[in-house]
Design a protein around this ligand. Sequence first.
Ligand SMILES: *[C@@H]1O[C@H](CO)[C@@H](O)[C@H](O)[C@H]1NC(C)=O
Ligand SMILES: *[C@@H]1O[C@H](CO)[C@@H](O)[C@H](O)[C@H]1NC(C)=O
Ligand SMILES: *[C@@H]1O[C@H](CO)[C@@H](O)[C@H](O)[C@H]1NC(C)=O
Ligand SMILES: *[C@@H]1O[C@H](CO)[C@@H](O)[C@H](O)[C@H]1NC(C)=O
Length: 374
Amino acid sequence: MKVYIFLAITSLTFGFHERVVSNPSPGPYNAIFNFGDSLSDTGNFLASGALSYPVIGKFPYGQTFFNRSTGRCSDGRLVVDFIAEAYELPYLPPYLALTKDQNIHPGVNFAVAGATALDTKFFIEAGLGKFLWTNDSLNIQLGWFKKLKPSLCTTKQDCDSYFERSLFLVGEIGGNDYNYAVIAGNITQLQATVPPVVEAITTAINELIAEGARELLVPGNLPIGCSALYLTLYRSGNKEDYDGNGCLKGFNDFAEYHNKELKLALKTLRQKNPHARILYADYYNVAKRFFHAPGHHEFSSGALRACCGGGGAYNFNMSARCGHIGSKVCADPWTHANWDGIHLTEAAYRYIAKGLIYGPFSYPPLKTSPYKIA
Ligand SMILES: *[C@@H]1O[C@H](CO)[C@@H](O)[C@H](O)[C@H]1NC(C)=O
Ligand SMILES: *[C@@H]1O[C@H](CO)[C@@H](O)[C@H](O)[C@H]1NC(C)=O
Ligand SMILES: *[C@@H]1O[C@H](CO)[C@@H](O)[C@H](O)[C@H]1NC(C)=O
Ligand SMILES: *[C@@H]1O[C@H](CO)[C@@H](O)[C@H](O)[C@H]1NC(C)=O
């Protein structure tokens, strides 16, 4: 809340204050509920102990915007923070750190860094159990939402009118279901994991609609072949493996395959749920813009090399990751798209958020925001 007040004083225009004072009618959304992983976790993983990634609890995480580590896997704000700003809502409090007197009506965040779309059992059976950062899968997060619901609204009528004006962000989720196999170095089953991952996302959307959700934004996967993690682990001497942007073609094709299957599933969901608005957030193509021409989009240090890391061609070193001994943070994170090799910078997340809010990367579009994020 403190941060929100700070924001309202320093970065919103005079016109905004005028409007709030003279006209209390709120924007198109009265609340945001978010489910996902480290791309949108605002503190749940840290609140749960962050045993497998304790460095997110200290600098340089959070150095650009919050000036303290919040549990966000970045130097500052995430896409979900910029969406909250655009709709004049407070930053979402993490569910696992809610306090008794917290105002939860403008929304809550259930995302957990490391979370998967599939439940833990799947990874244990695939021999990947020891790689998991967390067991708080999409299903677990959905359970938290259901548990909290009676504190948000009571009667069906009350809930319907409240959720009518709520935005549900379902993802990005699923990226980790693939990451764990990639990190383990066994990608033989990657393709076969896509249908169950998409199915898990579909199930969650159906359940949310049954709970009353009417507007849901569902992001696809990023161009993971451009990620410093993948580029480092799967470095190749064969030029043919790279596209014109220096990204690994095979992994980008894989991300597109996941996205294609997800979009097909959303199409079916829309037909079955004509009373809900189900939006696809095209993370892949909005990010592709800065991977293709980083300098043109103000990422003058390029989009592939991490700002914070332990050296190497992409400044990513598994044994000296950002925040660990042997790693260094760049002086100008706002000129980088990649933050720590795995996650993006605040600047990159702002770029993505703008593409979703002001178009054209949300299909169909989000409701118009009266406020322009800087
Ligand atoms: C950021 O936090 C540090 C303490 O962690 C403090 O010394 C510094 O003054 C803060 N900077 C700003 C701009 O608030
Ligand atoms: C790779 O993973 C698959 C299942 O996900 C498993 O059947 C196979 O044994 C694994 N291969 C190795 C070399 O671990
Ligand atoms: C996940 O659950 C398993 C048991 O099912 C447990 O052994 C493991 O420690 C848990 N992992 C985390 C990161 O909480
Ligand atoms: C990665 O980090 C380790 C530990 O600090 C170091 O020994 C190694 O040389 C680093 N590798 C590269 C490529 O910088």
